[in-house]
Design a protein around this ligand. Structure first.
Ligand code: HDE
Length: 715
């Protein structure tokens, strides 16, 4: 695949020229510009390309043999080259993230597309066209760093915006609500979903006793469960997920007036998911499916982009809703408060080093900038402590902010000093404040600024009595089911069936009967029909309804919550496999490739052998071998074969399965006449998505959900 030219992100440079401490003496002259640091190390690396040294610059004469006394004698302890190499290697790993351990990152740029100074004084939203560099890390939640990419799981969507007024970390997920309402429950939630404490499995899976035990006893999780059991939790690509800030935040403008705000990232490529069967098979065929997809897209210049949307509302709106806007298990329907687009983020550069950047990236929800503030959401408040705290144990030092990926790209200077791995060299003796050293002509260091500094919005919440100290939740937090029902009823029939099947799958892995029964008893508060479907799928009697702390109310379904209702037909960013073999018609293959490319898709040639196959009209190399390129890795498939080759392939399991899966996963299959023998063997029946090669461009890569009832039981 040819690389497209990479436009240099304007914003990347805007801040690079910024000198620290301009206009005032800076005791810490730190810029944290990742690229400049990279430059320094890079120079070293460039030299090292000429000769190898140890970490202290001593040249190495032999990197193959350790030092020993005689050819067959003992190895000598004095071999500093060997000792250092092994010593460093022994300590290469750092603790993985307690959650979100498996992730993939990329650099990019954020640009303000609509100035909103009336809402916020945040520097990045003052002028249309203003931009800043970003770093984004996508992740799964439950699995370890080496786990697969496609389990049923929430996806982390953490964005670090390096603005000129400091780093703003919007550490969100691809689901707009959360399992719990109060930070107090987070360790319990995470313990329950991670591998079970005695046996050390299952890895990266929620389908086990302890998770569902916790969930059944935690009715506030039911809304999130609907999302987690929906197709949102098995995304086709990181490039095709939405991102949500989840909590209600605040915008604060120049006059000090505040409004509530919720943040949304809307993928330009649209939202798309896999089916469950597909996700399971991808896990085997390509455990790095999402990581590879992101890296390759950026590598060839297909830069993924998201629009940043905001839902802005005031106290008066909040007070009228049947839910509490401080409750992270609730969303605000887009039909009530529309999402206004104010910016666009484009990821345009892969990391140079996975460990240095993606692994060492430390996101802090407490990183906000003037113009943005927290709300009293008790989940958010707990996060403000946790992320700072965890970096100390993960990165080992309070100076983790000096690691290039974490350092702001604007100047930073203060009187914090020393600590492990201090890499900055502050000059002078001003390490306290107030001081009057400047009066003696010395560098006195930086000073606070009431105007430019961050000031907390002094919230006047009439619904709160701060005089009371209580371990209690606000009244509307007790409504656990209304929005779960809203979500379920807003889905298409196929999507509802997917939720029911996911629940059946997950609960069928639960071995404790009473746990299964309790969860189904909770589902009865969401929708009786859903509960009956799940009970029938498990072959258990419908259990009694669990008690609801507060009776659910009926909310108007919201189309914005469904993926299928909002799917568009774009082929942008989608991958189409073309199966060919010896004797296939090269002209037909070239034409199909051009059709796919013409509509924004990426063709991928699959053949029984990769090296170079004689075809009609020349020789053709394949991008992937048939057995190693199952159809689950593509959005649609096509085949151009000779009758002889199709017949030969019809006794190959990999080939038959290729079509069987594409059909079963409701994908487009474009084929020539010769392929019919394979389709018959795979049980593929003609429908709107099984078409002649020439019709491919019209049908594209959309899924054919009407077919689904023919290939699996949707009861
Ligand atoms: Fe996190 N979460 N979380 N979380 N979270 C972490 O921080 C935590 C929550 C999210 O790519 C940890 O640096 C608590 C909600 C993402 O590096 C840790 C609570 C949302 C990432 C932590 C929550 C998230 C994390 C682990 C409840 C969506 C990955 C390593 C009060 C809005 C960031 C780390 C990355 C990571 C704590 C709930 C998103 C332990 C205590 C809600 C995307 O600090």
């Amino acid at each position: 695949m040819a690389k497209k030219p990479v436009p240099s992100p304007a914003a990347d440079h805007a801040l690079r020229d910024h000198q620290p401490g301009e206009g005032q003496p800076a005791p810490i002259d730190s810029r944290g510009d990742g690229d400049e640091l990279h430059q320094q190390v890079g120079d070293g690396v460039a030299d090292a390309a000429a000769y190898l040294t140890d970490n202290f610059g001593h040249r190495i004469s032999d990197n193959q043999n350790s030092l020993r006394a005689g050819a067959r004698g003992p190895t000598l302890l004095e071999d500093f080259a060997l000792r250092e190499k092994i010593f460093h290697f022994d300590h290469e790993r750092i603790p993985e993230r307690i959650v979100h351990a498996r992730g993939s990152g990329a650099h990019g740029v954020f640009e303000c597309t609509r100035a909103i100074p009336e809402l916020t004084k945040a520097s990045i939203f003052q002028k249309e066209g203003a931009s800043c560099p970003v770093f984004v890390r996508f992740s799964t939640v439950a699995g370890g760093a080496g786990s697969v990419d496609t389990p049923r799981d929430v996806r982390g969507f953490a964005v670090k915006l390096y603005t000129e007024t400091g780093n703003w970390d919007l550490v969100g997920n691809n689901i707009p609500v959360f399992f719990i309402q109060d930070a107090m429950k987070f360790p319990d939630l995470v313990h329950s979903v991670k591998m079970e404490a005695d046996r050390g499995y299952p890895q990266a899976a929620s389908a086990h006793d302890t998770f569902w035990d916790f969930i059944g006893l935690m009715p506030e999780s039911m809304h999130m469960i609907m999302w987690a059991m929906s197709d949102r939790a098995i995304p086709r690509s990181f490039r095709m997920i939405e991102g949500f800030g989840v909590h209600t935040f605040r915008f604060v403008n120049d006059e000090g007036a505040g409004k509530f705000v919720k943040f949304h990232w809307k993928p330009v490529l649209g939202i798309q998911s896999t089916t469950w069967d597909e996700a399971v098979k991808i896990a085997g065929a390509d455990p790095d499916f999402l990581r590879r997809d992101l890296f390759e897209a950026i590598d060839v210049g297909d830069f993924p982009a998201w629009n940043l949307g905001v839902q802005v509302f005031d106290e008066a709106f909040a007070a009228k809703q049947p839910y509490d806007v401080l409750d992270a298990t609730k969303l605000i329907p887009e039909e009530d408060i529309p999402v206004e687009i104010v910016g666009r983020m484009t990821l345009n550069r892969n990391v140079d080093n996975f460990f240095a950047e993606t692994e060492q990236a430390a996101f802090l929800p407490s990183n906000i900038i003037p113009g943005i503030d927290f709300s009293n959401d008790p989940l958010l408040q707990g996060r403000l402590f946790s992320y700072l705290d965890t970096q100390k144990s993960r990165l080992g030092t309070t100076n983790f902010h000096q690691i290039p990926i974490n350092a702001p790209k604007c100047p930073f200077h203060n009187f914090q000093r020393d600590g492990m791995m201090q890499t900055l060299v502050p000059t002078g003796r001003a390490n306290y404040e107030p001081n009057s050293l400047a009066e003696a002509g010395e560098n006195g260091g930086p000073r606070e600024s009431a105007e430019a500094g961050f000031t907390t919005f002094s919230a006047n919440d009439e619904r709160n009595d701060p005089a009371q100290k209580l371990r209690i939740r606000a009244e509307l937090f007790a409504d656990h089911f209304s929005q779960a029902r809203l979500f379920y009823l807003s889905q298409t029939a196929n999507e509802q069936a997917h939720i029911a099947s996911a629940l059946v799958f997950e609960l069928s892995k639960v071995t404790l009967d009473h746990v299964r029964a309790r969860v189904v008893g909770q589902l009865r508060n969401i929708d009786e029909d859903l509960a009956k479907r799940v009970a029938a799928g498990l072959a258990i009697d419908l259990p009694p309804k669990e008690r609801a702390a507060r009776a659910p109310v009926d909310l108007k379904p919201s189309d914005a919550l469904s993926i299928q209702k909002n799917a568009d037909d774009t082929m942008e960013g989608r991958k189409v496999a073309i199966l060919f073999a010896e004797g296939s018609d090269k002209m037909a293959i070239d034409k199909l490739k051009a059709d796919i490319e013409g509509t924004g898709g990426t063709p991928f040639l699959v053949a029984p052998k990769v090296g170079g196959i004689k075809v009609k009209g020349g020789t053709l190399k394949a991008d992937g071998q048939l057995a190693g390129s199952p159809s689950v890795l593509f959005d649609a498939v096509a085949s151009i074969l000779t009758e002889e080759q199709a017949k030969a392939l019809s006794v190959q399991g990999a080939a038959v399965q290729w079509f069987m899966d594409a059909y079963g996963h409701c994908k487009t299959i474009a084929h020539d006449d010769a392929t019919q023998i394979l389709l018959d063997k795979a049980g593929v029946e003609k429908d709107g998505g099984v078409v002649a090669i020439d019709a491919f461009a019209d049908v594209g890569t959309r899924r054919h959900w009407a077919r689904e009832a023919k290939v699996r039981d949707l009861a």
